[in-house]
Design a protein around this ligand. Structure first.
Ligand code: MG
Ligand code: MG
Length: 275
């Protein structure tokens, strides 16, 4: 990862946003096709065609030799799962992570889907991880420090007893998919580099239902939880701004599809359960 933190012009941020919105629309296309029995390789093929049909290039494909256009991480897989032919089982969760390069700039976003019915403790994990993302984004304002983001994420996840993955982190983004700075999901308030307007960051909490320990599979990519319990992952690309972060990617296309399909999703408005 390059050490220099890039500050983008508004015109450049607009290009990051275009790429990020294409990621959101691609994930919505995934949302249209995701169901028990579909394979992550089928989803990957759909995503790659969609990206190319809309003038983008799948940023993950060929990245350090990665095979897919998506990272698809099922259940205890945290991130970097390689799309394969295994049918998605009913009752599983899958993090789908997607990157696009277009007009020289990248967008990166991830969403964790549920396949059929999952236990309430898993739905709670997904909701909380998405809340962690929102709380982290709220810290991405000019004058704050990188540790403020990680602190907000960690605090919220650990308050629920979850494990926050430390070995993998968010990142700067722009002309490269992964740029400086690293954006950890843990940290100390007021520590780390200072955030300045025009920095583009991919913030991506990875939160485990069990402990925070992870390991890598022999495939050289897939990260799984050490205890075999499920893990959730949500990611947005954002721009640091003066008053509040500008979220450049979006889940709204995805959630419109899930709503239409009557599928449960982490950001849905639900009755508050007080029991
Ligand atoms: Mg990503
Ligand atoms: Mg990322």
């Amino acid at each position: 990862m390059a050490r220099t933190v890039n500050h983008l012009s508004d015109a450049e941020i607009a290009l990051v946003k275009e790429s990020s919105l294409l990621v959101g629309r691609t994930l919505a296309e995934v949302a249209r096709h995701i169901r028990p029995g579909v394979s992550t390789l089928e989803l990957d093929t759909i995503a790659e065609s969609f990206i190319r049909d809309h003038g983008g290039v799948p940023a993950f494909k060929g990245y350090n030799g990665f095979a897919g256009s998506l990272c698809t991480s099922v259940n205890d897989q945290v991130v970097h799962g390689i799309p394969n032919e295994v049918p998605l089982p009913e009752g599983s969760i899958v993090s789908v992570d997607c990157g696009v390069k277009m007009n020289g700039f990248h967008g990166d976003s991830a969403y964790t889907f549920v396949i059929g019915e999952v236990p309430e403790e898993v739905r709670m994990l997904l909701r909380t991880t998405q809340e962690c993302l929102i709380l982290g984004i709220a810290q991405a304002v000019d004058g704050n420090r990188i540790g403020d983001i990680g602190h907000a994420v960690q605090q919220h996840a650990e308050a629920h007893g979850y494990g926050v993955v430390r070995e993998l982190v968010g990142h700067g983004i722009g002309r490269e998919l992964h740029e400086a700075p690293e954006v950890p999901n843990y940290g100390r308030r007021g520590h780390g580099i200072r955030l300045r307007e025009g920095m583009a960051l991919a913030i991506e909490p990875m939160v485990n239902l069990g402990t925070r320990e992870v390991r890598q599979l022999d495939d050289g990519w897939t990260i799984i939880t050490h205890d075999g319990r499920p893990s959730a992952h949500f990611e947005h690309t954002v721009a640091v701004r003066k008053e509040r972060a500008e979220v450049l990617s979006t889940f709204s296309y995805i959630e419109d599809v899930l709503k239409e399909r009557n599928m449960w999703y982490a950001g849905m408005k639900e009755e508050v359960n007080n029991d």
